[in-house]
Every structure is written in C-alpha cells, then in structure tokens.
Design a protein around this ligand. Sequence first.
Ligand code: NAD
Length: 446
Amino acid sequence: MDHNTNNETSRRDFVKQTTILAGGIMAAPLFGGANYFSGSSDEIKVALIGCGGRGTGAAMQALQSKENVKIVAMADAFADRLEDCYKTLTADDLSDSGITGNLKAKVDVPAERRFIGFDGYLKAIPFADVVILTTPPGFRPIHFEEAVKQGKHVFMEKPVATDPAGVKKVLEAAEIAKQKKLNVVVGLQRRYQNSYKEMFKNKHLIGDITSAQAWWNNDGVWVKKRQDNQTEMEYQMRNWYYFVWLCGDHIAEQHIHNIDVVNWFKGSYPVKAQGMGGRQVRKGKEYGEIFDHHYVEFTYEDGSILNSQCRHIPGTMSKVDELLVGTKGVIRCNDATIKDAKGKLLFQFDTKNEPNPYQTEHDELFAAIAKGQYKFADAENGAKSTMTSILGRMATYSGQVIAWDKAINSDLDIMPKKFDWNAPPPVLPNDGGYYPIAIPGVTKYV
Ligand SMILES: NC(=O)c1ccc[n+]([C@@H]2O[C@H](COP(=O)([O-])OP(=O)(O)OC[C@H]3O[C@@H](n4cnc5c(N)ncnc54)[C@H](O)[C@@H]3O)[C@@H](O)[C@H]2O)c1
C-alpha cells in the first residue's frame, strides 16, 4: 500500500486528470460518459463487474462510505445473478444485511446500463469513475487491464489471477495505474484491519521473523449442480470454484489471505516452494479438478520458512489464522497478541469494537478519491501474493521444488482461448464426467 498523499487536487480535477492521462479521447466512453447522465458534481460513479455474493457486498460497502457514491452500471456473465444483485441493492429493507434503511436512492442502473455476457465489462466500465471487480479471479487480469486502460480507480477482489500469465498482466497494468495515479485497492482486507495494522506496527518486538505458519482449514464451499441444457462452459462458469482457470484452487482463492499476511510482515515474497496435497475426501465429479488439501513449505530469500496449510474437509479441525515467530517472540494474529520468547505478553490489541475491514477498505478508497488524493497502489502486492499462492499450487500439483523466478517466467496460461458459451473450456470431463486431476510426480507445472 502506498500512502503518498502529496498529490492533492480537487476531485473534479482528479477525475478529469485521470481521464486525460488515460488517453484523452481514447478513454471517452463508448456508450456514455461518467457525466453523461444527471448527477451532482461530487458524485463518484461506480460500475460493478461481477454481481455475485462479494460484488453485492462490496457495492453495499461502497454505498455506505461517507462519500457521494452511486452505482451507475452493472455487468455479469449471467442475467439472473445480475438481477438478484440489483434486487438486493434496491430492496426497501436491508436489515438482513445489517443495514438500517436502504440504499436504493444510490443505485441508478436502468436496464440499458445492465450488461450481460463475457463482454459486459467493456460496456459498463466507461460509465464509471471507479470500477469494482468481483468476478471469479480468472477474469481479473483482463478486467483490471481494461479498467486501467480506461483510466478508472479500482477496487478488486483477491486473488487477482489464476496463472503466471495473468499475474504478469496485472503487474503490467499496475505500473500503468501508478503512472496514471489511479487508486487501486485489493480486497486483502487484513491489511485494512486495525488489529493487523497495530501488530504490524509493533512487529519489531519479536525481532527478525525466522518462521511463520498460516492456516485456512475448514469445511469448504458451495457446489452448483450441473443443469440440463448447460454447455460445458456455462457449467464451469456456474460451478467456478472447482476449476483452476476460474478459481486458482482454494490455496489461491481463500488461503491467499493468510499467505499475504506473512508476505506483508516479512516484507518480501518467497523464492521457492515445495509441498504436498491431493483429493482425499472431495473426490466426486461435482468437485471439478481442485485439491481438497495443500501443505506448502515456502522459503524466503533470508532462509526463513512459511509452513502453510489449507484444507476443505468437513469434520476436521477448523482454523484460519497466522503465526509469526521471531528471534525475540511470537505474533498470534487471531489472538492479536505479541509475546516474548518466554510467553510474556508484550502487546494485546482489543478487537472488541474493531471496525469491519471490508467497510474500511471502501471508506478509505472513496475518501481518497473524493479528496483527490492518490493513496492506494495495492495491485502489485495483490499480484505478488497471488503469485505466491499459485507457486504453492504448482508445488503441490507437481510435487517438485518450484522456484519463484522459474514459475513467474513459465508462461503458464490456463485461460480459455475464446470466451463464448459454446467454446470449450480449457479442461474437459471424460465420458464418466470426471476431470483430469494433477498427480504429484507426474504433473509438470513449469
Ligand atoms: N475478500 C474476501 O474476503 C472475499 C470474500 C468472498 C469472495 N471474495 C472474492 O470475490 C470474488 C467473487 O466471489 P463471490 O463469492 O462473489 O462469487 P460469486 O459466484 O457469488 O460471484 C461471482 C459473480 O461473477 C459473475 N461472473 C463470472 N464471470 C464473469 C465475467 N466474465 N464477467 C462478469 N461477471 C462474471 C458470476 O456470474 C457471479 O455473479 C472471488 O475472487 C472471491 O475470491 C473475496
């Protein structure tokens, strides 16, 4: 996160400036402009790309920030997902979402600004000052690249890619976003959470970090059943969690949060990884191709080790946490404590009234944009922590020691060549409906 606040201008100049930097007329919207329809001058217009669970939540958080935010365009691959999201955002009563009253006055998305299909993002982005990218992660590099090209500020969810080719695309766009002074926040919300921020400030109390552990162990997530008349592409898009090109496997999709905390506290990224994993319980065809457990040993340049474990197996120990061990003590993230090597408490953060970090991300992003500040450049770290989790996946799928440099330069590109409901996705089931699964010792990932 870059907290450069030197570059204050008025918001209107800021939005104008970023549009010019984005290439003047080239950045002019195809279907309208950020100011094409009515709205007050301090209004911050948002396009939501990917209107599922997190997209709906992120849109609500954007609308609940103190700034004058309006959702003006929405895009989703599927009409039903978009309409459900629209209904939620414009509901009279949002008490189920913990919101008093409603947000509907801030949702100005008539039918002509709701875009369906793979190219919906191209049509929605031009209407916005800020783009929220909350599709499955496989699409993030393409969507982020386009948002930056069009000179938009971005909130995007983690992970930001599912393969090294996608990571490199995000890194390239991140550089351009910096040049254009576009604020970019990535939804690694522990970086916006007070307990973590305070532990980070006090991490000197444990000396040099020599090892770490990270866990995301729980039961797993939803399954979307195959429906009659679905093409293979539609089935995989609906059941996206279980396909590596869309999801990255759960080591990337969820465990990235914990891996990113260790990268953050270490101030670096691993140079190599080796590990093991497989599908021990979640073996049915409805679970696509991902593993149900991974255990990875990541090594940093200074020789320190991160032992990372993630598991989706019901009935086993649940734990989502990080532990950092230093030359003088230990940080336990869930407990929000720092203790010395003998167990004496040196620091305790009181998490009782901690603000919701999902809300904080949006409060800070929109406050910066409203003030015309360039404050957030999360994309580079988002890409490198995504790469860390992909490195772990390459290690568990192959069973080999994988070096960071080799992995990122591998040109592994697992995305489809064509986005179309009738096009073949990159992995196909056999006659029995089962997908090929990585086999350590056989699968080659680099
Ligand atoms: N930070 C967090 O704690 C957190 C929590 C939940 C989810 N997430 C992330 O948010 C992202 C979305 O997860 P979710 O739980 O909302 O999933 P979801 O399935 O509920 O929503 C994804 C939406 O994107 C749509 N979509 C798919 N491909 C698209 C495309 N090419 N263009 C437009 N729309 C497309 C889907 O139809 C769906 O509506 C994931 O990257 C996930 O990791 C982050």
